[in-house]
Design a protein around this ligand. Structure first.
Ligand code: SAH
Length: 351
């Protein structure tokens, strides 16, 4: 246990801000006891803001075709072993209809960057149809980078939220994770555009992605402090066998939990999922994520027939299960740790 780290965790909880040097002292100096200390504070914060309620979001992975070639990702375009698929508009709609029956009031449409097959007009049409069928639901999009006018069209069509992990706030690090045709500045510009257009905007990172240093993590925390995302997606990096990072080590489970706790203390009202990657690295990872301050879980609503094909990393859980099995499983897991799944849109609110 480090007294200095504890002081800094207390300071973070009180002032919701640390300097770069202070963040570095946390990442360089924390141990298991400090992590437990941060987790308990974060859990109390989460209980104060959200009670013991966990929001659920049904995720529909509607296409694994991608024009990008991110070095970490299993559906990158150069992975010729990936069997590609695309869902029709009707198939996407019926996943949402099914999800509605299970109590989902947020649908997340996620895909590779497949803008050729799903131009913004087509996505806008799908969003309108979901909103028409389920006016009490929120629609979250996670389609990667687009131009501002495309995002504007999607917002006008009724999309409420957008998830676009920045992946890393360090330009040098970004450039080691992505091919040279991808641009750090453009990704950051997208996040600015999304926020300005009124989306509840999600940023985030993979913990332990190759070449990540504590300096990178400090930079990420400073970015969150300035940008104030409404949502933060954080999971461990997990290698995929058909990518250039196949032999890279997994991210740390413990550091992922620590990051979740620090994010909760930094932004008490942020929507913070215990991610599928966290549930993949440890069987009870999502439960431990909630106990460390997370308040959202995103069970899979994709048709069982395509789930194995949306393999961002090896070993991804829930690829055999039906949507109602995933839904009941989460309910039981949350109940066991004293939390309750709630049927609510679960919008973000700033205090
Ligand atoms: N095309 C969309 C969705 C990407 S997939 C976009 O660009 O935003 C969603 C997230 O999965 C990515 O942002 C990335 O952080 C995460 N991811 C991809 N490959 C991963 C891996 N090997 N291990 C852990 N997370 C990964």
């Amino acid at each position: 246990m480090s007294e200095r780290v504890r002081e800094l965790i207390d300071k973070l909880a009180a002032e919701r801000c640390l300097s770069r040097e202070e963040w570095l002292s946390v990442f360089d100096g924390y141990d298991g006891d400090d992590r437990a200390y941060a987790a308990e504070k974060a859990r109390q914060t989460s209980l104060k803001v959200f009670g013991n309620k966990i929001y659920i979001r049904g995720i529909v992975e509607f296409s694994n075709v991608c024009k990008n070639d991110c070095l970490y990702c299993g559906i990158r375009r150069s992975n010729s072993s990936a069997v590609r698929y695309r869902l029709t508009d009707d198939e996407i709609l019926s996943c949402c209809d099914e999800g509605y029956e299970y109590g989902f009031r947020t649908f997340v449409l996620q895909s590779g960057e497949d803008h050729a097959a799903y131009p913004p007009e087509r996505i806008a049409g799908i969003v309108r149809r979901i909103k028409q069928a389920h006016p009490d639901c929120a629609v979250t999009l996670s389609l990667g980078e687009m131009e501002r006018e495309d995002y504007a069209l999607l917002r006008e069509a009724g999309a409420d939220r957008y998830l676009l992990r920045h992946e890393t706030a360090s330009r040098e690090h970004y450039e080691r994770l992505h091919p040279s045709e991808m641009s750090f500045d453009h990704r950051m510009k997208c996040l600015e555009d999304l926020k300005e257009l009124g989306f509840q905007t999600g940023a985030g990172i993979m913990v332990g992605s190759p070449f990540q240093t504590n300096e990178c993590l400090a930079e990420d925390m400073l970015f969150f402090t300035g940008f104030r995302p409404e949502m933060i997606g954080i999971g461990p990096f997990l290698p995929h066998k058909d990518t250039p990072f196949r032999d890279q080590p997994k991210g740390s489970y413990e550091l992922t939990l620590m990051m979740l706790s620090l994010c909760r203390l930094l932004l008490p009202g942020v929507l913070l999922p215990a991610t599928t990657a966290l549930g993949t690295i440890r069987p009870d990872g999502r439960e431990q994520g909630v106990l460390a301050g997370a308040n959202v879980i995103m069970p899979n609503l994709s048709p069982t027939a395509v789930r194995k094909k949306y393999m961002l990393y090896d070993g991804k859980i829930c690829t055999e299960d039906s949507s109602d099995a995933c839904r009941s499983c989460i309910q039981a897991r949350m109940k066991r740790i004293g939390y309750e799944v709630t049927v609510a849109r679960g919008d973000h609110f700033y205090d």
